[in-house]
Design a protein around this ligand. Structure first.
Ligand SMILES: [Zn+2]
Length: 252
C-alpha cells in the first residue's frame, strides 16, 4: 500500500470499515511512513475531540418550561378498577415475556456458537492466504490428496475433484478449528480460492445454507450426517452455493 491508497482508505479505517487484509496493509504503511502517520494522528485527535462533552449543550430551563406548557395536560388518575386490571395484565404479560425470553435464549445460544465458529473459519481462511500457507499438499488429483490425510486426521475426508464443474481441486491442508484437527480442501474458481473445511459430526444432514458474509467473505455450510462442511471464499454467494451443491452432489 502506498501513500495515495492510504489517503483514500484512512477515513474508512478510522470508522472501522476496512476488511482484515486491508487493515493490516494500512497499519503497516502508517507505521513505516511519517507523513501518513501524521495524517492518522490528526484524524484520531479529531475523532477524540468530537466525543468531548464541551460540544454538548443542555437546553435552557425556560425552553424546557415552554415545551412542557405547550403539551396537553396529563391524563386523569387511573381508577382503582382500571389499575387492578392493569396489574393483572402486567402479570400476564410478564409471564408471556418470560416464555418468549426462554424461547429466544434456546434459539440464540446455538446460533451464537455458529457465529463464533463462522468467525473462526473466516480468520483461518484469511490466515491461510496471508501466511502463504494455503496448501500442505499441492495436487489436482483426488487420489493423491485423499491418502495424504491418512494418519494426519482421525477420519477420512471425502475428496472430490470438481474440475468439470469449473471448481478444480488444487490441494489440501491440515488445519485446526473448533478445538480439533480438521481437513481443509482447496479449490479454485477463476482467480478465487475456496477453503472447504471438513470434520466428522453426528449432526443431522442439512442442505447447503449461506451465512451472512463477514469481512467480505462468504460462508456456506452443510452436513451429510457423517461430516460437517464449511466452505469459505471471496467468491460471491451464488457461486459459492453452486460449489457447495456441486460437492454435495458429487458425494452422493
Ligand atoms: Zn505514506
Amino acid at each position: 500500500m502506498n501513500c495515495r491508497d492510504t489517503n483514500l482508505l484512512i477515513n474508512a479505517y478510522a470508522d472501522g470499515e476496512l476488511d482484515a487484509a486491508r487493515t493490516l496493509e494500512l497499519e503497516q504503511h502508517v507505521q513505516s511512513c511519517a507523513e501518513c502517520k501524521c495524517a492518522w494522528e490528526n484524524i484520531r485527535a479529531l475523532k477524540k475531540s468530537l466525543k468531548q462533552d464541551a460540544l454538548y449543550f443542555a437546553a435552557p430551563a425556560d425552553l424546557r418550561q415552554r415545551i412542557k406548557a405547550s403539551l396537553p395536560s396529563p391524563a386523569k388518575r387511573i381508577s382503582t378498577r382500571a389499575a387492578w386490571s392493569w396489574n393483572w395484565l402486567t402479570t400476564a404479560f410478564s409471564g408471556a415475556f418470560a416464555v418468549c425470553l426462554a424461547l429466544l435464549l434456546t434459539m440464540t445460544i446455538p446460533h451464537g456458537q455458529e457465529n463464533r465458529l463462522a468467525d473462526e473459519i473466516v480468520s483461518e481462511h484469511i490466515r491461510s492466504m496471508m501466511a502463504n500457507h494455503v496448501m500442505d499438499v499441492v495436487s489436482t488429483d483426488q487420489h493423491t490428496v485423499k491418502p495424504w490425510f491418512n494418519g494426519k486426521v482421525d477420519f477420512s475426508p471425502p475428496v472430490r475433484d470438481l474440475a468439470a464443474q469449473d471448481f478444480p481441486l488444487v490441494g489440501g491442508r491440515l488445519d485446526y478449528l473448533n478445538g480439533r484437527n480438521v481437513a481443509a480442501l482447496i479449490f479454485q474458481h477463476h482467480k478465487h480460492i475456496i477453503n472447504l473445511f471438513i470434520w466428522p459430526s453426528k449432526q443431522t444432514s442439512s442442505q447447503p445454507a449461506a451465512l451472512p458474509s463477514r469481512q467480505g467473505f462468504h460462508l456456506v455450510h452443510w452436513s451429510d450426517g457423517d461430516m460437517i462442511y464449511w466452505a469459505v471464499s471471496d467468491l460471491n454467494e451464488t457461486e459459492l452455493m453452486d460449489f457447495a451443491h456441486a460437492f454435495n452432489t458429487a458425494s452422493h
